[in-house]
Design a protein around this ligand. Structure first.
Ligand SMILES: [Fe+2]
Ligand SMILES: [Fe+2]
Length: 175
């Protein structure tokens, strides 16, 4: 397995979530109602799976090592854009949580605002993951030697194992 294949596999899981999100958006447009349990799952998915687990490998392992390479301006700009999009994803998730809370406080007019943010979130991640899948990852890997690529994948696996340990260690704290 190559390092980008692991990230591509994670994108497939993210695309499945975005497909579900699209169905939920259609439902919300028809019913003008929000399912709180879905928003809880969506925001947890973002914070745990996308932001810690997936972005964690991209930002803390792959991008950190790329920064030490002699990147072309085009690749520097692409990496900056990807980091900005991760940040925007975090901001949108915060907005989703806030707007949902407003909605449940009885301000039903917030539903259209929430739909707008969810659509923005979906669009952002589709564009983001497609750019990484089809352009950035393939080009980025060319900066690494075979040995460095091997190290990258090994460190991705180590990161995944550590993440599961952390999750269950934290769970013990709240039992
Ligand atoms: Fe990313
Ligand atoms: Fe990604």
């Amino acid at each position: 397995m190559e390092a980008n294949e692991m990230l591509l596999y994670e994108h497939k899981i993210i695309y499945s979530l975005l497909k579900k999100l699209q169905t939920k958006i259609e439902e919300m447009k028809k019913t003008k109602e929000v399912q709180g349990s879905f928003i809880d799952l969506l925001t947890d998915f973002f914070m745990t799976y996308i932001d810690v687990y997936h972005h964690g490998k991209e930002e803390n392992i792959m991008f950190e090592r790329l920064k030490k390479k002699n990147l072309t301006q085009k690749h520097k700009d692409s990496m900056d854009l990807l980091l900005k999009q991760h940040e925007l994803g975090r901001k949108l998730t915060e907005k989703i949580i806030k707007t949902t809370a407003e909605y449940f406080k009885g301000r039903t007019t917030q539903i259209d605002e929430l739909i707008k943010i969810l659509e923005e979130f979906k669009k952002l991640y589709i564009e983001h993951a497609e750019f990484e899948d089809n352009h950035f990852f393939k080009e980025a890997l060319e900066y690494f030697s075979s040995k460095e690529k091997e190290q990258l994948i090994q460190d991705f696996f180590k990161f995944n194992i550590r993440m599961v340990d952390e999750k269950y260690k934290n769970l013990i704290e709240i039992i």
